[in-house]
Design a protein around this ligand. Structure first.
Ligand code: NAG
Ligand code: NAG
Length: 314
């Protein structure tokens, strides 16, 4: 039973209403939205971005607040100011970032009864690590907007002003993405997935190989991920920044080459169901959305029509 459920009962709604809510399934969570205000939203920005840029995350926060009056939106800042936040998206160990976020969420009284989460680009896979590792407070829906759940193999382009940093990142990845030094210092190396060298990836990837259960199965990860109500994955159909864009729907290059891609359903992660994704799929919990446009390019109308519904209920 969720705390929201207890609250709904404490207020003794009419029996008929309670039964109706139960019939609808997920009754307790559903009732929470009406009895205790809208479900809060946690946002994690992408590479080279920050929590509060009025043209990116600040804008998203604003339009969500306009559409869902009274909602609490927490746009995560990793570090003590906006510059640090941006730098950490390149240079801070991802496992440490996830731990810091888990701690922040656990201490936030406004999130106590649970929240929805929306990650942009790499923020998508980072929030998936949050739900897998930190079940409390509970995450209801996870929306990954252009996240790279099987990692990347290349940096064809970089966002706006960070192209100098990106040149440097490419150099580091070339020198040795799986060396200890690069792994520990470079965020993008931690989700670098070399399909020609799966063994190195499995052994040395500090972050992604762990959350994708490449080194063995952690039942806790599976159980926690499966506790999501919906896992929504947005793929940008004309993405020129993510290599390969299939990673946004959890697909990837078929092992041993870097041309042909396979969808999630054909990966061993799915067929062996190491992460519970197959079971979630069969239960209708996986939602694949395709957005026409380049990486993170979408209109306000598209967002309202396709994403807002997942934020309006828990
Ligand atoms: C599984 O994941 C949980 C959550 O992060 C962690 O506490 C636990 O130590 C992990 N177990 C193993 C065997 O790695
Ligand atoms: C974007 O991708 C879609 C789906 O693959 C395709 O139909 C469309 O022509 C592409 N648009 C542009 C501008 O490339």
């Amino acid at each position: 039973m969720t705390p929201g459920c207890k609250m709904a009962r404490a207020r003794r709604p009419p029996v008929l209403l309670l039964m109706l809510l139960m019939l609808l399934g997920g009754s307790c969570r559903l009732s929470r939205g009406t009895s205790a205000g809208p479900v809060p939203l946690v946002i994690w920005h992408g590479m080279g971005d920050s929590c509060c840029n009025p043209e990116s995350m600040g804008y998203i926060k604003k339009i969500v607040e306009e559409k869902i009056p009274g909602i609490y939106v927490l746009s995560l800042r990793i570090g003590s100011n906006l510059i640090e936040d941006m730098e950490n998206s390149f240079f801070m160990n991802v496992n440490d970032q996830v731990e810091l976020v888990c701690d922040k969420l656990a201490k936030d009284p406004k999130l106590r009864d649970g929240y929805n989460a929306m990650g942009f680009s790499q923020g998508g896979q980072f929030l998936r690590a949050v739900v897998q590792r930190c079940p409390s407070p509970p995450m209801f829906n996870l929306i990954s907007v252009g996240g790279q759940h099987q990692g990347v193999y290349g940096f064809p382009r970089c966002p706006g002003e960070s192209s100098r940093i990106c040149d440097w990142i490419r150099k580091m990845l070339d020198i040795g993405a799986y060396t200890k030094t690069v792994q520990e210092r470079l965020v993008q190396a931690q989700y670098w997935h070399d399909p020609l060298n799966e063994e190195e990836y499995r052994k040395n990837s500090l972050f992604l190989a762990d959350v994708n259960q490449e080194r063995g199965i952690n039942g806790t990860y599976k159980k926690n991920l499966m506790s999501l109500k919906k896992f929504v994955m947005v793929k940008f159909l004309n993405d020129t920044m993510v290599d390969p864009p299939d990673s946004e729907w959890f697909g990837y290059y078929r092992s041993g080459q870097a041309k042909e891609t396979i969808p999630l359903k054909e990966t061993s992660l799915y067929t062996e169901d190491r992460l519970g994704l197959k079971e979630m799929d069969q239960a209708g919990k996986l939602v694949y959305l395709g957005a026409v446009g380049d990486h993170l390019h979408f209109s306000k109308e598209w967002f309202f029509k396709n994403i807002l519904p997942f934020l309006q209920s828990s």
